[in-house]
Structure formats: structure tokens, C-alpha cells
Design a protein around this ligand. Structure first.
Ligand code: HEM
Length: 356
């Protein structure tokens, strides 16, 4: 299902780009958001809305999509900006409650549909259940909370990540060319599709995604409460202190990532995968695993990590197979922090068809 959603974006790019300049409109981020909403919704709600092309005016899908966008905005206004919501029910807080209720009602409706489907068509021996169905089987309440969590945490994050990697690839044509070569070796025909097997042979694709998450981190770091009294760099940190690990700053440190301002996917390749055969050191020896943590760590790390990886690999892979991507505008500070790092410039990519 993720693959079907994924192929829709290719056609959508052809629909919205200017026929002469081949550039997509200023608001291309909305298309990226809709695309990621669809991809997360097929996992979280086991439902395809068709918001990209088939059914762009669906009221229900628009309602859920708009409420998710508004939810992230309220979260920033209440959680990051100074707010009195803990003492009085501010207008933003009341809006937040209403948005959360709407998201709950819609999620609940899809969970009920999945239950009805399970009752009508019980799964046959060996047949794979959807994520939502598996969760409902464990506990209906948990299934609904997880579906809401996935929608709230998974759409804007993945949109920023996809925007970031497209920007990196567009601004680095030689890396884009190298990536396309790898893709066309593994998927030489236009109608070839990604499979579990062929995706094992795309190290450069994965390296491009990792390097773009280093170049443009999505979250501002990780937060934890200390579980015990600690001594950190000579400071006493009592148990229960909220600490913020801003490892993102370290991602641009030369001592950890030489030539850190350059987009160099090669730094993430093992030597045998490196098509350049280069032996220049692009990553520090024994780099602490706490420096690069785009999906957090431990039992509370991102539950969507595998879904994101799959989605980004397929979407970037498909776009690069079908189009040469350019970005012919300034891209000095493309992201701004609103809880997450989100694009703040118009993403007017130029998409030229690749003939093969
Ligand atoms: C590029 C995209 C994404 C990034 C960079 C990202 C990053 C993160 C980070 C840093 C955390 C906090 C982890 C920690 O504190 O250790 C997190 C938590 C979470 N993420 Fe993601 N995420 C992404 C996409 C997704 C997607 C697609 C989903 C769902 C399908 C998702 C669902 C969640 C959930 C439910 C949590 C909370 C986990 C918990 O509290 O136990 N995320 N994510």
C-alpha cells in the first residue's frame, strides 16, 4: 500500500509542475505533506484516503489532515512558547482540546471500521494482518492511542525529512547522478518496483538519507529525566532533572564530521560499499552513538523509524529514478524551528523527466 501511495507522487509532480519551466509551485510542501499523511494513514488507520490525486477534495481526509497540522502548531504555542494554559484555559488551549477531540473521533471511526472488517473477514492462516488490526487484537484502546500518536508524530517529521533530502540532492548534482546510477543498476526498467530483496542493494540511497538527516536534523534533540543522581562534566545533576541532549550541534562539528558543511553521503558507507573507492576519513573514529540520534534512543525511541526509512527510501528512490531534480534558488537557511525543523522557503524544485 505504501508503494501505491508512493507512485502517486510521481504523477502528482507531473500534474502540478509548470509545463514550460518544469518547476512545481511555491506551495509544493503541501503536496509533500499530503503524500506523507497518506503514507502514515495507510499504516496507522489501515485506510487509503486518496488525498494526493484520487480524492483530493474528500471532506473527511481534509478534516483530519487540517486538524493534524493545527495540532502541531498548538503544541508549539503551548509547549514551547510561554503560555498560561497550566493556570487558565487559554483560547489556544481550548482550540487544542477541540482539535484533539476531532482527531480522536476520526481515529475511533477508522478503528471501528477495522474491527468490523476483522469480524466480517477473519484472517486466514498465514495471512498478514495490518498494523491497526494487530494492535486492536491486543487492546482496542492502545490501538487508537497508537494510531493517533503515529499521525501526530509521523506526518510533519517525514515531510521535513523528505524536503531536506530532496534539497540536498537537488543542490548536489554529482551525488544525485551517483544515486541514479545505483538505482538504475538495481531497477533498470521503468516499471520495476522496489522489493524487500532489491532494497538490500541500495547503500548509497540509505547514505544520502542519513547524510541529509545530519545536514538538516528534524528534531531539536532528545529530552530525558535523569533516573539517578549523576555527575556530568563536573556538575552534579540530581535525580529527576529534565535534561536536553542537543546532539544536533555536534552534527556540524569538524572533529566528528570532517568537511561537515558539505553533503557527503560517502561518509556513511563502509569501504566495500563506497563506489568512489575513497579512503579519506569523513567520520571520526569511534564516534559516540549518542551524537547522531535522528530517531532518539532506547525504549522510547521513534516507533516509526522503520516506516520512515522505508518511506523515504522508496520516495527518494522513485523521484530520482523518474526525474532530474534542480533547485535554482537561494537555500541558505531553508529550515526554521517550530518544535520541529520545518521548511521556511518555497520548495520550487524543477523536475525534468529522465529518459531510460
Ligand atoms: C523523519 C521522520 C521522523 C523523525 C526524524 C522522528 C523522530 C523522532 C524522535 C527524535 C522521537 C523521540 C525519541 C526519543 O525521545 O528517544 C520520536 C518519537 C516518536 N515517533 Fe518519530 N520520527 C519520525 C517519523 C515518525 C513516524 C512516520 C511515526 C509513525 C508512523 C513516528 C512515530 C513516533 C512516536 C509514536 C513517537 C513517540 C514514542 C514514545 O514516546 O514512546 N515518527 N520520533
Amino acid at each position: 500500500m505504501i508503494l501505491c501511495v508512493n507512485l502517486e507522487i510521481i504523477q502528482r509532480i507531473r500534474d502540478v509542475r509548470d509545463p514550460l519551466t518544469l518547476e512545481v509551485p511555491d506551495n509544493f510542501l503541501t503536496d509533500i505533506n499530503r503524500f506523507n499523511f497518506e503514507s502514515v494513514a495507510v499504516v496507522a488507520l489501515d485506510h487509503e484516503f486518496g488525498l494526493i490525486r484520487k480524492n483530493p477534495d474528500s471532506m473527511e481526509a481534509r478534516q483530519l489532515f487540517d486538524n493534524l497540522t493545527a495540532f502541531i502548531k498548538c503544541l508549539y504555542d503551548l509547549g514551547i512558547k510561554p503560555s498560561l494554559y497550566k493556570y487558565i484555559r487559554t483560547p489556544t488551549y481550548r482550540r487544542f482540546e477541540k482539535i484533539s477531540d476531532t482527531i480522536f473521533d476520526l481515529t475511533n471511526r477508522y478503528a471501528n471500521e477495522a474491527i468490523a472488517r476483522m469480524q466480517q473477514n477473519p484472517c486466514k492462516e498465514g495471512e498478514e494482518r495490518s498494523v491497526l488490526e494487530k494492535l486492536i487484537k491486543i487492546d482496542r484502546k492502545i490501538a487508537i492511542i497508537m494510531a493517533m500518536d503515529m499521525l501526530m508524530a509521523g506526518v510533519d517529521t517525514t515531510s521535513s525529512a523528505l524536503s531536506a533530502v530532496l534539497l540536498c540532492i537537488a543542490k548536489n548534482p554529482e551525488k544525485q547522478h551517483k544515486l541514479r546510477e545505483e538505482l538504475l543498476k538495481v531497477l533498470p526498467h521503468r516499471d520495476d518496483h522496489f522489493t524487500i530483496e532489491n532494497m538490500k542493494h541500495l547503500p548509497y540511497l540509505r547514505a544520502c538519507i542519513k547524510e541529509s538527516l545530519r545536514t538538516y536534523p528534524i528534531s531539536f534533540g532528545n529530552m530525558r529525566e535523569t533516573g539517578a543522581d549523576l555527575a556530568l562534566s563536573g556538575y552534579r545533576v540530581p535525580k529527576g532533572t529534565r535534561v536536553f541532549i542537543n546532539s544536533n550541534l555536534l552534527l556540524s562539528e569538524e572533529k566528528f564530521f570532517p568537511r561537515s558543511r558539505e553533503f557527503l553521503p560517502e561518509r556513511w558507507l563502509r569501504q566495500q560499499d563506497d563506489m568512489t573507492g575513497g579512503d579519506e576519513k569523513l567520520i571520526a573514529d569511534n564516534l559516540s552513538k549518542f551524537i547522531f540520534l535522528p530517531f532518539g534512543f532506547g525504549p522510547r525511541s521513534c516507533v516509526g523509524k522503520r516506516i520512515v526509512e522505508l518511506e523515504l527510501e522508496m520516495s527518494l528512490g522513485n523521484v530520482v529514478r523518474h526525474f532530474e531534480i534542480e533547485f535554482n534558488y537561494h537555500s541558505e537557511k531553508p529550515f526554521a524551528n517550530h518544535l520541529l525543523n520545518t521548511p521556511q522557503i518555497p520548495l520550487k524544485f524543477k523536475f525534468t523527466d529522465v529518459n531510460y
